[in-house]
Design a protein around this ligand. Structure first.
Ligand code: FAD
Ligand code: NAP
Length: 468
């Protein structure tokens, strides 16, 4: 019977971010199924694990990254294996995975960004927060990017926590970056940057901002930085006031309180400013051969069904700037023929079970994390999300609805990987990378100095003798 010592359940998880690790952890340590014999192989296209915990979370927030200790415990289980440097769709196909595993869980996140779709978005000086974040965090696909940070004023479009991260990173002084694991190339470039003002643009009002309270509060605590909010933006319309009164809106209420406090603060003459703007949408970005200005349209809020939508008033404003980042959300991409809901830009699924075109569950295929629900939620949100998916999977196991692979042996997938992947990084390989990075950081009082190229990462991994 499947799931017993004679025939262990073999599960592949694709994407070693939080959702992949939470799914692995719940399979390996499941109080409801203590008798389950299971083996988990966790794949990532990068030689490194942890997804956006390594390549997204801002480097000046090291405590948040300590969640990796939980993931390390999962990785220490002898029934767990990590295969870094293996990209689904490049090194291995979905069909091949289904030839070797009883179940596959897709947790590959949402790799790209949403666009503004306005004129001038392609001009040099206009870019995505997704790229900027990957660059300052040393993602090897972003190490070669270049950002001209010479402009005095930068504009960040969007009212989410990523917009706040980008604004903060643009203004942090070298002394504060120096103790972090910010990629070296980014520390140098940000230190040499001319940015003294960041305007963060919200298309709706303060009551609709997607910021969380600690992140918004942190802006007001930054060294030598004034936070500017126009008190007029805090005169809320009746719909916003009614929405704030609802239970479940505690974060929005507190955001408005924080913003009121910022609006009331006298400026201190600090050398840097963060200006939080509301009710404005960019309508075009202009400049001869690079960004020189952004044109904004004033919005009003209109009730649309149950929601409050931003509607342009036609009133325009020109803002001089040389640097625009859109931080209007990440976006999932279809991959390897896995059924994809184009409208929502995520894997077509019901409660984590992947659905075919007719809406039937494809036995043995599951999803969790941002590519299951869409790109929102903090690290912990993925824990319940991944656990729900695994609970569904184990229910299906009992109901005998698993995939029937041709060759579920460990040797089968090992042979395929060793044939296909020239730089296969297993957990010991990652531990060697980790040790090399931590050792390089130690003399500088930094948690680590990140290796930012595939060559550098693979070379460090080879030190452990576990690459192919
Ligand atoms: C800029 C930013 C900052 C954030 N900061 C915080 C924070 O401070 N605190 C907080 O709680 N949350 C934060 N979050 C949210 C948190 O990072 C996410 O909730 C979480 O990472 C989503 O987990 P995931 O596993 O679904 O996706 P991801 O973390 O994106 O992991 C997906 C993994 O899949 C891999 N992958 C992709 N394609 C393939 C493929 N074809 N084959 C194999 N592997 C593949 C990727 O390399 C990656 O490792 C932040 C998010 C962003 C974008
Ligand atoms: N420190 C942390 O805990 C931390 C740090 C970073 C990220 N995260 C989490 O990661 C998730 C993703 O964050 P995110 O900032 O990428 O997304 P987000 O929270 O969804 O915010 C996206 C923002 O972009 C705006 N937007 C969307 N389309 C727009 C357009 N065309 N023009 C103008 N504005 C537009 C949205 O406004 P509307 O509301 O009007 O659509 C919203 O304000 C969130 O759950 C976040 O909390 C957490």
């Amino acid at each position: 019977m499947l799931g017993t010592q004679e025939s262990p359940l073999r599960v592949a998880i694709i994407g070693a971010g939080p959702s992949g690790f939470y799914a692995a952890g719940h399979l390996l340590k499941n109080k409801q199924h203590p008798e389950l014999a299971v083996e988990v192989d966790l794949f990532d296209k990068l030689p490194t694990p942890f997804g956006l915990v390594r390549a997204g979370v801002a480097p000046d927030h090291p405590k948040i990254k300590s969640v990796t200790r939980v993931f390390e415990k999962t990785a220490a289980d002898p029934r767990f294996r990590f295969f870094g440097g293996v990209e689904l769709g490049k090194h291995v196909t979905r069909e091949e995975l289904l030839q070797h595993y009883h179940a596959v869980i897709y947790t590959f996140g949402t790799s790209t960004d949403r666009r503004l779709w306005i004129d001038g978005e392609e001009l040099p000086g206009s870019g995505s927060a997704t790229d900027f974040v990957a660059w300052y965090n040393g993602h090897p696909d972003a190490a070669d990017l270049e950002f001209d940070l010479s402009a005095a004023r930068a504009v960040v479009v969007g009212n989410g926590n990523v917009a706040i991260d980008v604004a903060r990173m643009l203004l942090l002084p070298r002394e504060e970056l120096a103790g972090t694991d910010t990629a070296d190339h980014a520390i140098d470039a940000i230190d040499a940057a001319g940015v003294t003002e960041v305007q963060i643009l919200g298309r709706r009002g303060p009551a609709q901002a997607a910021f969380t309270n600690p992140e918004l509060l942190e802006l007001g605590e930054m060294t030598d930085t004034d936070v500017i909010v126009d008190p007029a933006d805090l005169e809320l319309d009746e719909h916003s006031l009614a929405a704030l009164d609802q239970t479940g809106e505690a974060t929005a209420r507190k955001n408005v309180d924080i913003l009121r406090e910022y609006a009331a603060r006298p400026t201190t003459g600090a050398s840097k400013r963060i200006v939080l703007r509301f009710f404005v949408s960019p309508v075009r970005i202009e400049g001869d051969d690079k960004v020189e200005r952004i044109v904004l349209e004033r919005n009003e809020l209109v009730a649309d069904g149950g929601a409050l939508r931003a509607k342009g008033t036609g009133e325009e404003e020109v803002l001089e700037t040389g640097l625009v980042f859109r931080a209007v959300g990440y976006r999932g991409e279809p991959l390897a023929g896995i059924p994809f809901d184009e409208r929502r830009a995520l894997i077509r699924n019901e409660d984590g079970r992947v659905l075919d075109d007719a809406g039937s569950h494809l036995h043995g295929e599951y999803t969790a994390g941002w590519i299951k629900r869409g790109p929102s939620g903090v690290i912990g949100t993925n824990k319940k999300c991944a656990h729900d998916t695994v609970d569904g999977l184990l229910h299906d196991l009992t109901a005998k609805r698993m995939n029937a692979p041709k060759d579920p042996s460990r040797d089968g997938i090992d042979a395929l990987l060793h044939e296909r992947v020239t730089e296969l990084v297993e957990w010991q390989g990652w531990q060697a990378i980790d040790a090399a990075e931590v050792a390089a950081g130690e003399p500088q009082g930094r948690p680590r100095v990140k290796l930012v190229t595939y060559d550098g990462l693979n070379e460090a991994a080879r030190g452990a003798g576990t690459t192919a």
